[in-house]
Design a protein around this ligand. Structure first.
Ligand SMILES: Cc1ncc(COP(=O)(O)O)c(C=O)c1O
Length: 391
């Protein structure tokens, strides 16, 4: 698509490539390989002298449509789709790191992101400094000669910590450091980190992109140069490719992502406000609540507060479990961004891998509950929460 269209148009038509059959909806090319007219043509395509698909681990028409649509939405020049959000996170780092390098990362991370940085990278001789990402001076202070990457989630999982993307990226640029932003909680609908100077943006397709609990997938968005020179060689040869079927599900889901994420975010705000009024609630975390410490920054970076709400119930794990078990509409599940409302106990699930000391330092206490607000009627959701709190 050459002309500059508005976002809603790209959501439905971005990346669309029709086959000779002129299908209305995007076709699903559920094939692993491609054939060539001759040995000479195969050679020319492998040499890069002719364009053409070679193998689905490298590229595939359905996957390419998904990548192009997501890149248009995210505002990045290019995108590479992956098998999951975690392969996107890992690939975006490993494609550019080597033994002796150093990474600075915010401490407030999803359990598996933290595991990669704390347990896996050091095994390859890569040093990682964990900092309070909210404190801009910490980013500056922790830069070393060998620092290659700044990494953070904003909002973070599960306490929705917000990081000043523009300031962190500006420090990174001055020091020739690549900033990778995990934009999974906000989704490309609510926040476009590339506008604030981010170099690489990672997504889990499983969350808001599919948003209907069906398909695993992920993506790395970046400049064309980063994709072609650094990311693609690593991902093509190590093989965390997405299935064309999953890419097709995610591609079609992008058509409705804005409607879903907007409606879910509206409900999440209402739920956060309702929770703040409750006597049995100790603290509510939601970026668009005036009481949220980073409310002003959140308003600057995000168009809405997001679909996730976290809160501390008065008491301990027992009270948190009791509340979770009493909910009738919210399903107990560790996924998020789904049209079905979900509830999670981070201490015992998504952040179990962190260990108690790390968890407590991030405010992940045993009375913390994480809600992913879905598309059900808001009055039903509020009623469900209130009856569970009451009991
Ligand atoms: C912030 C964050 N990053 C990465 C991931 C990983 O995504 P996936 O489950 O698709 O691998 C998740 C999953 O919950 C997440 O919350």
């Amino acid at each position: 698509m050459k002309k500059k269209y508005k976002q809603d148009t790209y959501l439905v038509r971005g990346g669309l490539q029709r086959s000779n059959f002129k299908e209305t909806s995007e076709a699903l090319f559920l094939n692993s390989g491609f054939v060539y007219d001759s040995a000479e043509q195969a050679e020319a395509i492998f040499k890069g002298e002719q364009t053409g698909f070679q193998y689905t681990r490298y590229a595939n028409p359905t996957i390419e449509m998904f990548e192009q649509r997501l890149a248009l939405l995210d505002g990045s020049e290019a995108c590479f789709a992956t098998s999951s959000g975690m392969s996107a996170v890992f690939g975006s780092m490993m494609c550019q790191l080597k033994t002796g390098d150093h990474v600075v990362s915010a401490s407030a991370l999803f359990g598996s992101c933290r595991y990669i940085l704390k347990e896996i990278l050091p095994k390859f001789g890569i040093e990682v400094s964990f900092i309070d990402g909210k404190n801009i001076n910490e980013w500056k202070k922790n830069i070393k000669k060998n620092t290659k990457i700044f990494f953070f989630e904003s909002p973070s999982n599960p306490c929705l910590e917000i990081i000043d993307i523009k300031q962190v990226c500006s420090i990174a640029k001055k020091n020739k450091i690549t900033t990778i932003v995990d934009n999974i909680f906000a989704s490309p609908i609510l926040q476009q980190p590339v506008k604030f100077g981010a170099d690489v943006i990672v997504y889990s397709g499983t969350k808001h992109i599919d948003g209907q609990g069906r398909a695993m997938g992920g993506a790395v968005c970046s400049s064309k140069k980063f994709k072609e020179d650094i990311l693609k060689p690593f991902l093509r040869h190590t093989g965390p490719c997405i299935s064309p079927f999953n890419a097709w599900v995610l591609l079609k889901s992008l058509e409705t992502i804005k409607i879903r994420v907007y409606a879910q975010s509206e409900s999440a705000l209402q739920i956060a406000k309702e929770l703040e009024k409750q006597k049995k609630v100790e603290k509510v975390y939601y970026p668009f609540l005036k009481s949220f410490p980073q409310y002003t920054l959140a308003k600057k970076q995000q168009s809405k507060g997001g679909t996730m709400v976290a809160f501390k119930i008065k008491g301990k794990q027992k009270e948190a479990f009791k509340f979770i078990n009493k909910l009738k509409l919210f399903d107990v599940s560790n996924n998020l961004g789904d049209t079905k409302s979900l509830v999670t106990h981070p201490t015992t699930t998504t952040h179990k891998v962190l260990g108690e000391e790390d968890r407590l330092s991030l405010g992940i206490t045993s009375n913390l509950v994480r809600l992913s607000v879905g598309l059900e009627d808001i009055s039903d959701l509020k009623e469900d929460i209130l009856q569970a709190l009451k009991s």
